[in-house]
Design a protein around this ligand. Sequence first.
Ligand SMILES: [Zn+2]
Length: 70
Amino acid sequence: MTALYAADGVDFSLVCDGCGMTVDNLGANLHNWDLAWSLFRRHGWVGTQSTGGPHGCPRCTSQATAPSDR
Ligand SMILES: [Zn+2]
């Protein structure tokens, strides 16, 4: 559960599988998943090209080597 599409099938959100951080309203600005994901990868997100993920936000991936202290 990584890319969440809105009911209209156009707008979508990116969800981090690590912490659940959600980036909303991507469809309005980036129009499609491939474009959105290529942009997020440049900003430190990691994961697969697939909308099914898993995907991790920069905050999670930068802490990947440290044990969770939450
Ligand atoms: Zn995260």
